[in-house]
Ligand binder design. Structure first.
Ligand SMILES: Nc1nc(=O)c2c([nH]1)NC[C@@H]1CN(c3ccc(C(=O)N[C@@H](CCC(=O)O)C(=O)O)cc3)C=[N+]21
Ligand SMILES: [Mg+2]
Length: 288
């Protein structure tokens, strides 16, 4: 068997086209152009890719996006002040603080400062709580992107064993929540495993659907994958200036039934879902 390659770039483009129509309708009804304000503190290679693609995608979907670049020496107080300004600015609908932040800034305090109504990353405890209870306000962008890729690829998730490799707040944990909950492209039996899991390979080999989000280039090798499994690669690792996933694609593609490439897999979907959340935030603002 050689895997069907899931074309995230194409599915994301289709998703964004539909979204652009929704944005145009919303604008006709309300006069509002959804506006995403992104804050980038210092430099980070994955963030640089994200910023570039996100700006372009917003423009194409008829949304406004502003990028606020701050030097790496920015203090936590200065960053909190900027967030406060955007919280209070009714012309800003979504606020995204790019991670990672420089070491001297406490990430949790900063993320908690974003008003939950503009929290397009779905990081605020109120939004994580709503998600955990199965009544999300925003959908976490990367996990939701994975779910849409599964849906558009016609992959049946219900009753399957989904193994999520990685327990981050940004991908692993919310991914598990989406897959285990009741509803479409869900109802899976979910295992979360990570770098401290004993017999990791035995666990990942049980996966019908394996989501790799451990942040280590080429970490998932052929012996970790059950033949015929669906492999979703969330990794965005920069190796010698090249983008590499968490899955060793050349080894795993021949045994998987479906696989996402990097680039061109989950990454573009993350952006499409971010735009979707920005429209949701603008709708929330329009309702007052
Ligand atoms: N608050 C916050 N939320 C995030 O969601 C977040 C973040 N911070 N910090 C950085 C990481 C990284 N990330 C990416 C998303 C899409 C691509 C993406 O578009 N990837 C294309 C790249 C193609 C190219 O090379 O241009 C692809 O995989 O095909 C990359 C990186 C989101 N992140
Ligand atoms: Mg929608």
């Amino acid at each position: 068997m050689t895997a069907q390659i899931i074309d995230g770039k194409k599915i994301a483009a289709e998703t964004r086209e539909l979204l652009a129509k929704e944005v145009a309708l919303f604008h006709n009804e309300t006069g509002i152009t959804p506006h995403l304000a992104a804050i980038l503190v210092g430099e980070d290679p994955a963030s640089a890719v994200y910023v570039r693609n996100k700006e372009r995608a917003c423009a194409k979907a008829g949304m406004k996006s502003t990028l606020h670049k701050l030097p790496s020496e920015t203090t936590e107080a200065e960053l909190l002040e900027m967030i406060e300004q955007f919280n209070d600015d009714s012309s800003v609908h979504g606020i995204l603080v790019q991670l990672p932040l420089p070491g001297h800034i406490e990430e949790q305090r900063v993320l908690d400062a974003v008003t939950p109504l503009k929290d397009v990353d779905c990081f605020h405890p109120e939004n994580v709580g709503l998600l955990a209870q199965g009544r999300p306000r925003f959908q976490p962008c990367t996990p939701r992107g994975v779910q849409v890729l599964l849906e558009k690829s016609g992959i049946d998730v219900s009753g399957k064993h989904a193994v999520v490799l990685g327990r981050s707040e940004i991908v692993g944990k919310p991914m598990a929540m989406l897959l285990v909950q009741k509803g479409p492209v869900a109802n899976a039996t979910v295992t979360i495993c990570h770098s401290r899991t004993a017999n990791l390979k035995e666990v990942t080999r049980q996966a019908d659907i394996l989501v790799a989000a451990i942040g280590k280039p080429n970490f998932v090798t052929a012996e970790m994958v059950k033949p015929g499994a669906v492999v979703m690669d969330v990794g965005i690792n920069s190796v010698d200036g090249k983008l590499v996933g968490d899955v060793d694609f050349d080894q795993v593609a021949p045994i998987a039934s479906s696989i996402t490439p990097v680039p061109g897999g989950v990454g573009p979907m993350t952006i499409a879902m971010l735009l979707d959340n920005t429209l949701t935030a603008a709708r929330i603002a329009a309702k007052g």
